[in-house]
Structures are given as C-alpha cells and as structure tokens.
Design a protein around this ligand. Structure first.
Ligand code: GDP
Ligand code: IMO
Ligand code: MG
Length: 455
C-alpha cells in the first residue's frame, strides 16, 4: 500500500504545490484531503503558471486519478472555475477527476458569515454590532481568506452541513437548506447587521454547479482504498501548514481543519497506516498571512526586503506575507507532530548572498528560556527569538538542477537545519519551476510495488 504524504510544516505557503507537482507524475492517485479554496498551490511549468485552490495538484500529470477528498470544504463554483480555466487553455481535467460524495459544500451563507465575523471585529477589539450597546470586548480578527471555510466546517460539526451526496437531489437540497438558512440569517441580519442570504439565490448558485459535477461524484474513500489494495501509489496532498491546524496550531489564529499529517487518513477515508512516508515542506525562512503570533517575525525594512526578495504575496488573496527566520522550535514541534520522515526545503535560493543566516533555536519568555512550542498564545506573543547563525549560500543558485550548481554554503545551511530539527532533508528546491529540485536521498515511495517510475 504505497502512500506518500506531503504536508506543510509552517503557516502555509511553504511551496507544497511545486513539490506535489514534481512528485505527481510518479503517482497513480493524488488526493486533496482537507481545507478548501483558502489554499493556493502554485505550480510553474516553464513560463506557464497555475494556481490550484481546490483541484488536486496532480491534475496536470498524465494517467493520474485526482480525488477531492471527503475532508475538503468544497466550493463547487470555485472548483468549476478552475476546471473551466484549464479547459480554456486546452486541458480537460474531468476525465481524471473524482469528487468524494461525503465532502461538505461551502455555501453562500458560509462566505457571508466568514466576512461578517471578520468585519464586525474592529481592531480596537470592541464589539460594535447592531443593537449592541455595551463595550464587551471581542476577539481579534483572524485575517481569514473569507472563503467560508470556518463556517462550513462549523456547520459540519454542528450536523447542519450539506454534503455533495445530499445536494444531488434538488428537492432534498432545498429541504435541507431551509432550517440552515433560517439560523444563518438570524445571525447575519440579527447579530452582524449583514445582508441575508436567500434560499432561491443559494439554489440558483449551487443547483447548476452540482449538475455539472454530478458525473464526477463517487465514494472517494472507497476508490482510494481499492487503488491502495491494488498496490497503486497514492500521493496525499496537504493544504495549509501544521501551525494552522485547528487542534495543534496557534489557536485561535488557525484554519478550521486538520492541516498536520494527522488529517490525511480522516480526510481521505483511508486507514492511518496507508501512509508510508511523510514529507514535510518548509521554507528556509518562515512566512505567515493573516493575524496571529509569529515569534521569528522580522519587523521593519529587513522583513520587507525578504518579502520582496521571495515575492511573498498570497496566492489566494494577494495579501503581503509576514516574513521571519527559520524557526527550529516551531519546526521540531511540527515534524514530531506529523511524524515527518524527511523534509523538503524550499526557497533557500532567496537567501543567497548571505554568508550567515539566523535560525531560531529557543524562545525567551520573560525569564524563561524554552525549546518547546507553547500552546498559550500569550506566551507565543511574548516570545523573543533566541538565534544562532547558520552558514548561508554565498552565491546565487536559482533554478539549479544539479548538486554541482549549488554552493557549499547551501548544503551547510541544510546540515544546520537537519541538526536543529532532527530530520533529514530529502529534497532541496532551488526555484519555482517543477524541475528546479535536487534530490538528496533515494526513492520516497520506499519499498513500493506501484507501477510508476521512482520518485
Ligand atoms: P503552497 O501553498 O505551499 O503550495 O505555496 P504557494 O504556492 O502559496 O507559495 C509558494 C511560492 O514560492 C510560489 O510562488 C512558488 O512558485 C514559489 N516557490 C516554491 N518553491 C520555490 C523555491 O524553491 N524557490 C523560489 N524562489 N520560489 C519557490
Ligand atoms: P496553502 O494551502 C497560508 C490562513 C489565513 C488565516 C487563517 C484562517 O496555500 O498553504 P481561513 O480562511 O482558513 O479560515 O483563514 O489561515 N490560511 C493560509 N495561510 N496558506 C494557506 O493555504 C492558508 N489557508 C488559510 O490567512 O490566517
Ligand atoms: Mg499557498
């Protein structure tokens, strides 16, 4: 049962899309198992750029079956937009795409609630909603992508969600929507002073979209399990990153799904032991979009310079990403949590020209020095990074395809990262292109019996 999992180890945008694309041609099946259109996975084939929000990244590879898993918060309209965009450039992905019938659908009221909850919280932290007279403090904005992710997963947990299978029959969809919208509109209009979302609007948007995907809907988990039983190679595609995980991340500044490796089994519908090797993707530095603690953040012009050098702007919302140094405290936590076997390090090319690069090895919180990642957000906010200088790549190596084109200082940095987090680096990414990748270890599929070539 060869299963290979690719998961982000930081706050997302580590370069998972690029790595998944590079690995997908060696897979038989690629499954996206959590998150929704909050994700933005960028892939370059030469000059051609693709950004996937919901489509599994394997859609560009020939002969690969791509599954949108049951754990995905599925915005059907956005999925169709991606399908149509590819079709316009001559790529018909539908023959190789399947959608799990148990995936929950993101509905218009989810997006409205997501936006309303972000908007009603002014930076002062004071509630100013309709009819609210006191100054009761509200929590800070999360800085969500406003794609309806939190409210969709909240409805799922509240047993109010609507799955793909529930939406196939329009009468049933309408009957399910009635009570759901009644509650949502009470919140939207009554609490947030936002616009209501009407049943007929929702039906007009979702009904035709469901019709278009009807033939792609299947028992996603069943399909993946049977391919695994046949010895086929399954590549599990994580979205977001470990520190945005709903259970294990920097709560409440997280997304609403399990974005560590722990979510792969539940979001795909496979046994946990289906995964043989876990690759964690990490940037050589750290970025974060949205609000929340970020102990290794670089404030001021140096942070801005790193953002410019790394073109750190969100693939989904275009927001500038906050930048910081590589945080070995957070990374040790992330690799242990996900049981990461090896790491793919990306964007070290961005740091070329530096003789030394700081790595965060501990946090100073008041008079405490700690080396473990705290659960308490106020500890994380108070944490001052303790850094050590690692060697850096003195000369540029963007797009290097061979080890010989990479300066020794880059490998010295890789060695420092390995030592700091206790895991080997199996791949060094040297640029956005799929081929800008140097394999440092052997076949990631291990003792596979699959049919594809070795990774
Ligand atoms: P994802 O969400 O983890 O798939 O990452 P994003 O696509 O949101 O952001 C990663 C960005 O870095 C994209 O623009 C990639 O094209 C780019 N990228 C990926 N790997 C490398 C690398 O090794 N070097 C450079 N310079 N850019 C990279
Ligand atoms: P990929 O897969 C980076 C962040 C948002 C916000 C928080 C909650 O491209 O790595 P949400 O809309 O999920 O409720 O927002 O999570 N976030 C991401 N940050 N990359 C992502 O995905 C993200 N998906 C969500 O910015 O801080
Ligand atoms: Mg991204």
């Amino acid at each position: 049962m060869p299963g290979l999992l690719v998961v982000g180890l930081q706050w997302g945008d580590e370069g998972k899309g690029k790595i998944l694309d590079a690995l997908s041609s060696t897979a038989d099946v690629v499954v996206r198992y959590q998150g929704g259109s909050n994700a933005g996975h960028t892939v370059y084939h030469g000059e051609k750029k693709f950004v996937f929000h919901l489509l599994p990244t394997g859609v560009l590879a020939d002969g690969v079956t791509n599954v949108v898993g049951n754990g995905v918060a599925l915005d059907v309209v956005q999925l169709l937009r991606e399908i149509d965009e590819l079709a316009a450039s001559g790529i018909d992905v539908t023959p190789r795409l399947r959608i799990a019938e148990r995936a929950h659908i993101v509905l218009p009221h989810h997006k409205a609630l997501d936006a309303a909850r972000e908007d009603i919280r002014p930076p002062s932290g004071v509630f100013r909603g309709i009819g609210e007279t006191d100054d009761a403090p509200m929590s800070q904005p999360i800085g969500t992508t406003r794609r309806g992710i939190g409210p969709c997963y909240a409805d799922k947990a509240a047993r109010l969600g609507i799955r793909v299978v529930d939406a196939l029959d329009p009468d049933r969809l309408e009957a399910r929507l009635h009570p759901v919208l009644k509650e949502a509109n009470a919140l939207l209009a009554g609490v947030y002073g936002a616009q209501r979302v009407e049943l007929d609007e929702t039906m007009a948007e979702i009904g035709p979209a469901i019709d278009r995907i009807r033939d792609l809907v299947c028992d996603g988990g069943g399909l993946i399990r049977s391919r695994l039983a046949d010895g086929k190679r399954v590549l599990f595609e994580g979205a977001q990153g470990a520190l945005l995980d709903i259970d294990h991340g920097t709560y409440p500044f997280v997304t609403s799904s399990s974005s560590t490796a722990l979510g792969a089994a539940v979001g795909s519908g496979v046994p946990a032991r289906a995964v043989d090797h876990i690759v964690g993707v990490a940037k050589a530095y750290t970025t974060r979009v949205g609000a929340g603690p970020f102990p290794s953040e670089i404030h001021g012009p140096e942070g801005v310079a790193l953002r410019e050098a790394g073109a750190e702007f969100g693939a989904t919302t275009g927001r500038p990403r906050r930048c910081g140094w590589f945080d070995a405290v957070a990374m040790r936590y992330a690799v242990e949590l996900s049981g990461v076997d090896s790491v793919c390090l990306t964007k070290l090319d961005v740091l070329a020209g530096r003789e030394t690069i700081p790595i965060v090895t501990a946090y100073q919180i008041g008079d405490r020095r700690i080396e473990s990642f705290p659960a308490d957000v106020s500890d994380l906010e108070a944490a001052k990074p303790v850094t050590t200088d690692a060697p850096g790549p003195a000369t540029p190596f963007l797009d290097a395809r061979e080890r010989s084109a990479v300066p020794e200082g880059a490998f010295a940095y890789v060695g420092a990262v390995e030592k700091a987090i206790g895991r080997p680096v199996s791949m060094l990414s040297t640029g956005p292109d799929r081929d800008a990748l140097i394999r440092l270890t052997g076949d990631l599929w291990g003792e596979s019996t699959g049919s594809g070539p070795t990774a």
